[in-house]
Design a protein around this ligand. Structure first.
Ligand SMILES: [Zn+2]
Ligand SMILES: [Zn+2]
Length: 236
């Protein structure tokens, strides 16, 4: 059975690299078909957002506890998006279901590391996600702009941008090869175990929906205990 799943994953990877990326990636990836260039562009956009938003904030001591509060809210949003629209087809958010049809099709329990630069397009989110999540964050920030002023609104958006960057960096670190510098990202090893368990097809709709810190997996009882399973990376 595992052999059949591996063949299915390998044949999808071949299709993804040779047909999907050059032909179908399109505007969702800004018409970029080079994986390394795409992730550089994504990092450049997010870092520009972080710096631009930070420049609009009048940083004060109360922003420290607010940072943690907004971080927890972002962690809940990450959990909800991954548990629901990314794993169940939902109206208006149907495009997010490609997380199952592409990301989980490229990376399963036996093959969960990047082996080709084109695989990067299956790890980093299409730019449509950044636009959609940014639109949601802007709507969420409106009460802060109205009630507390622009600095507070921009601070909320700044934390959202930092969280998005954290998500992309950590998720990439879980799937990158052992010789990548991203494997040294703090918490990558322990958090990666959670995520790679989620990549087991029999578990992907049930456990480990937080991709960064598993706060809401613990709260909602969807955290899988890794000690119940053999380690992914050491398996033959
Ligand atoms: Zn993944
Ligand atoms: Zn998933």
């Amino acid at each position: 059975m595992r052999g059949v799943v591996m063949d299915k994953t390998e044949s999808f990877r071949k299709y993804f690299r040779e047909e999907y990326v050059p032909r179908d990636a399109g505007p969702r990836f800004l018409y970029i078909t080079n994986g390394r260039l795409y992730i550089r562009v994504v990092f450049a956009i997010i870092l520009t957002l972080c710096v631009g938003l930070a420049s609009q904030v009048d940083f004060r001591p109360h922003h420290l506890p607010l940072f943690f509060l907004y971080f927890v809210i972002a962690n809940l949003v990450e959990y909800w998006i991954h548990r629901y629209p990314m794993h169940r087809k939902m109206p208006l958010l149907g495009f997010m279901f490609e997380h199952v049809t592409i990301h989980h099709a490229i990376f399963d329990r036996d093959k969960n590391l990047i082996e080709d630069d084109r695989d990067l397009m299956g790890v980093f989110l299409p730019i449509l996600y950044l636009f959609s999540i940014s639109a949601g964050a802007v709507v969420g920030s409106l009460p802060l702009f109205i009630l507390f002023g622009s600095s507070e609104g921009y601070f909320f958006l700044f934390v959202c941008a930092v969280y998005y960057l954290l998500y992309e960096v950590l998720h990439y670190s879980y799937h990158c090869r052992d010789d990548s510098l991203f494997r040294f990202v703090p918490f990558s090893k322990s958090l990666g175990v959670n995520h790679l368990i989620h990549h087991r097809r029999e578990l992907m709709s049930k456990v480990n929906f937080n991709i960064t810190f598993p706060l809401f997996d613990h709260l909602f009882g969807t955290k899988h205990n890794p000690s119940h399973l053999p380690r992914d990376r050491s398996e033959p």
